[in-house]
Design a binder for this molecule. Structure first.
Ligand code: NAD
Length: 494
């Protein structure tokens, strides 16, 4: 028998201490407490009604379910969690994480971040997040499929998933594979729902996914860092030149986000000097070939002993090595008060969610470091998920209807210019000018625009508000004001 609890999130003033044995906070509770701290710091700059600020702060609801799955003839019980933070826009949106460390407080922290992340990049969703307490590495694909399908069924039963209610996506430990299983389970229950594929994003292209989603978060990280590095005044304050060319970068985590962030940064001229993974790190001051490192790890099951690179046995030590930009792209709480005084990077680009604790943030700020906050920097994933959802609701690939018409119009323009000038374009020039936008072009351009606009918006908020300490507070304030207006327009709050 499943044990199911549906309860409102406790209206406390912060995260609950969840480790009575030590009296200290668990990792998840610490993360949640930090998120609320950041919220409060930004809310202090807002003129919204205090009751509304409270409403925006707390998680709307927490669903926790224990469900059984048969593994090799034995029943095992797994715990699944789904938290919906804010319903000011529907559907709610947020990934599903598979990890043995998943706990309620962590999921609440991530769901809260999702609300503000969506608002920062003008994605019209509320925030949510989910998790299953399971270590994917210790289970077969068959078991993972059973667990995923069963968890999806539990969510369907409670109407906690659907294109108009709550739309999960991949997160740490899950990928397009799990999303396909979820979509298939949903469509089995809701047979004939033509919007059904929009119940989940991050699906493979052949299963209703969108081109460009797989690399979206890493590409967004790249656009965000590039925009930050284009600000002359900010770079001068850090003692850096503008632009990515030759900048030294260390990345923690060579998973989806870390790999693509490193790949796009390298292509733009940055040197990836260090990569940290669970088994250790590698460092080469002349730069690493990210693709070759990825292949090396795939073949050897370890990042270590990469030709030409120095091994760093204790993975966390790599975070403290010389570089201009440090990109934590693995998990939360990686930069804390112990290692923050030794971080050498001038820019900490939060590709992961919550990688810097609030104590570390204070130390880093006192050392004149610039933090590009997670709720802006890794919003590329949810931005392209939004595009995927739109595609699923309209049941047509972006570019399908207009591409040829755009090309015909461009061709007429080229021919007209040639007639009037008497000059003839080369075949390559003609091809480039005539090319009509296909799905990938549109997704990437929509993502690029989103990241550039959002960065300049939060930077402007920081500049305009006297005493605004950092970009994170600016990003939270930007989101709080947008959500506040949304509630006010619903007529619920003054
Ligand atoms: P992933 O599972 O694809 O990759 C994570 C990588 O980090 C793995 O390779 C893992 O081995 C490595 N890792 C774990 N612990 C480590 C440690 N202590 N030191 C070094 N490496 C370690 O996950 P992902 O999807 O890339 O997500 C990474 C982070 O980005 C998470 O915080 C996630 O919430 C966040 N995020 C992901 C997306 C997305 O679209 N995937 C979107 C927004 C935010």
């Amino acid at each position: 028998m499943d044990s199911v609890t549906t309860k409102p999130a406790p209206p406390t003033n912060g995260a609950s201490p969840a480790n009575p044995a030590t009296g200290s906070l668990t990792q998840g509770a610490k993360f949640y407490a930090d998120v609320l701290h950041y919220y409060d710091k930004a809310a202090a700059f807002s003129k919204l009604d205090p009751g509304l600020l409270k409403k925006i702060r707390y998680c709307h609801s927490v669903y926790k379910v224990q469900f059984p799955v048969e593994i090799e003839g034995k029943l095992e019980i797994f715990e699944g969690i789904r938290v919906q933070h804010s319903l000011h826009k529907l559907p709610t949106k947020g990934g599903i994480r598979y990890s043995s460390y998943v706990d309620e407080e962590e999921v609440k922290a991530l769901a809260t971040l999702m609300t503000f992340k969506c608002a920062v990049v003008d994605v019209p969703f509320g925030g949510a997040k989910g998790g299953v307490k399971i270590s994917p590495r210790l289970h077969t694909e068959r078991t993972l499929e059973k667990v995923t399908r069963r968890f999806a069924s539990e969510l369907i039963k409670k109407n906690l998933i659907g294109p108009g209610t709550d739309v999960p996506a991949p997160d740490y430990g899950t990928s397009s594979r799990e999303m396909t299983w979820i979509a298939d389970t949903y469509q089995t229950f809701k047979y004939g729902d033509t919007n059904g594929l929009g119940c989940v994003t991050g699906k493979p292209v052949g299963q209703g996914g969108i081109r460009g989603r797989n690399e979206a978060t890493g590409l967004g990280v790249y656009f965000g860092i590039r925009e930050c590095l284009s600000q002359k005044e900010d770079m001068e304050r850090l003692g850096l030149t503008t632009g990515l060319d030759g900048k030294k970068v260390i990345v923690q985590g060579l998973g989806n986000v870390g790999y693509f962030s490193a790949k796009f940064l390298r292509e733009a001229g940055a040197l990836i000097v260090g990569i940290a993974e669970m088994e250790g790190g590698i460092y080469n001051v002349d730069g690493l070939d990210v693709e070759a490192v990825f292949q090396h790890r795939k073949e050897r099951k370890s990042i270590l002993d990469f030709p030409g690179a120095k091994n760093v046995a204790a993975s966390a030590e790599l975070l403290e090595m010389p570089c201009d930009i440090l990109i934590p792209a693995a998990l939360e709480n990686q930069i804390h008060e112990q290692n923050a005084p030794r971080i050498q990077a001038k820019i900490i680009a939060e590709a992961a969610n919550g990688p810097v604790t609030k104590e570390a943030e204070e130390i880093l700020q006192s050392r004149n470091k610039l933090i590009i906050p997670d709720l802006f920097l890794n919003a590329g994933g949810v931005t392209v998920s939004y595009f995927e959802w739109l595609k699923n609701l309209s049941n047509v690939r972006f570019g399908r209807i207009g591409k040829r018409a755009e090309e015909a119009s461009n061709r007429r323009l080229v021919e007209s210019i040639e007639r009037h000038t008497g000059d003839i374009f080369s075949d390559m020039e003609r091809k480039l000018i005539v090319h009509g936008s296909d799905e990938l072009d549109l997704v990437r351009s929509g993502l690029e625009d989103t990241m550039i606009v959002a960065y300049n918006e939060i930077r402007e908020i920081q500049r305009r508000n006297v005493g605004m300490p950092d970009l994170r507070t600016a990003a939270f304030l930007s989101a709080i004001e947008k959500i506040g207006i949304s509630y006010q327009m619903l007529g619920i709050f003054p």
